[in-house]
Design a protein around this ligand. Sequence first.
Ligand SMILES: Cc1cc2nc3c(=O)[nH]c(=O)nc-3n(C[C@H](O)[C@H](O)[C@H](O)COP(=O)(O)OP(=O)(O)OC[C@H]3O[C@@H](n4cnc5c(N)ncnc54)[C@H](O)[C@@H]3O)c2cc1C
Length: 375
Amino acid sequence: MFELDDHYQAIQEEARAVADAVAPFAVEADASNEIYAPVLDALRASSLSELMVPRAHGGRDESPDPLAITLVREAFMYESSHLDSIFALQGIGSYAISVAGTAAQQAEWLPKVASAEALAAIALTEPVAGSDLKSITTTAEIDGDEAVINGDKAFISNGAAATFFTTFVREGDGYSLFLVPADTPGVSVTPVPELMAPHVLGDVHYDNVRVPVSARIGEPGKGLSHVLATLTVFRVSVAGAACGLAQGALEEATRHARTRQQFGRPLAKLGPVASLLADAWTDLEAARLLTYRAAARARDGYPGTLEHSSMAKVFATEAACRIVDRCVQVMGRWGVIRDSKVERCYRQARPMRIYEGASEVLRLGIARQLTLEVE
Ligand SMILES: Cc1cc2nc3c(=O)[nH]c(=O)nc-3n(C[C@H](O)[C@H](O)[C@H](O)COP(=O)(O)OP(=O)(O)OC[C@H]3O[C@@H](n4cnc5c(N)ncnc54)[C@H](O)[C@@H]3O)c2cc1C
């Protein structure tokens, strides 16, 4: 796939219009550890969160389309990580409900996710359990027709702003997901240390939290497979966001290199600077091709989708870091000014190699798939 068709180009245009509307306050929004209301208002006004749920529950497509979501994240991250994050979480936090939730859960929550009236969150990580998700210690114990949840989750996006947490727990010998509204007694959220690139985050505590057994998402013991299903759809969209971020940085550095003169010539005419720009552009094109293809494969349900999404995520996030680093170099002293476009991208690119599957862990999965295929 080399060109996007009219349908996808229209989605891109729609997303770019929202990003343009957010641009005037993107610096303030991206510096915020709390939801920045004008950004949420812009997202709500756009109705693009409808991409995150099935049509039957207020969504746009029969089921969430990974390519459409990837394109929106690319356009959003080009301008604002805050906008990108709020949008992304609507899908990542609710997808398990879309694919495995009860009719009652879907009817109650998905339309509110589609309108961004409810903010979704996914609570997997714990103070000890990170990449090794199976080492979680949060538990759900069944007591009559209720589940009692105890444990701590760490670094949960949307934190105190979330309306509900799709919560990954141990249940008996297996793992399950529960839909826990944020206002359930016993749920509390505390702040996390400030990050290099601010992000709406919180540690979430479950202290004898009682929810009806009907709050379980899917069958008991099937939690991990719903988490994997979520990653299959959404991991590639992180790659899209990385492409958008890199595009924004590269455009800024290119403008600078064309206009700033040293030694009687624009920087862009100085060989090593031209090389930095050329390598950055090449990296970006490669990342985007891999990303769009992986997203299209995820949409069409090809086997090995998760590994292709992982490849796109590893390559695009690592490329984004390389690209932004080169852009800082091209910008010279202007590249290190706090909250300038390129400096902001420099800080925002780095965590992308850690969340939704750290690069090293994804490489293990990619290699596992490769060696299985040749065995
Ligand atoms: C901005 C941000 C937002 C986040 N939002 C959420 C959220 O909404 N919900 C949520 O549940 N979590 C969230 N997280 C947490 C995130 O999912 C974890 O940080 C991630 O899973 C990695 O876990 P860890 O940080 O504990 O690192 P570790 O698992 O401790 O990994 C540390 C290093 O060791 C490497 N490593 C680990 N295991 C292996 C292995 N087997 N082989 C080789 N290398 C390995 C990793 O690649 C990494 O380089 C967020 C994190 C950030 C930074």
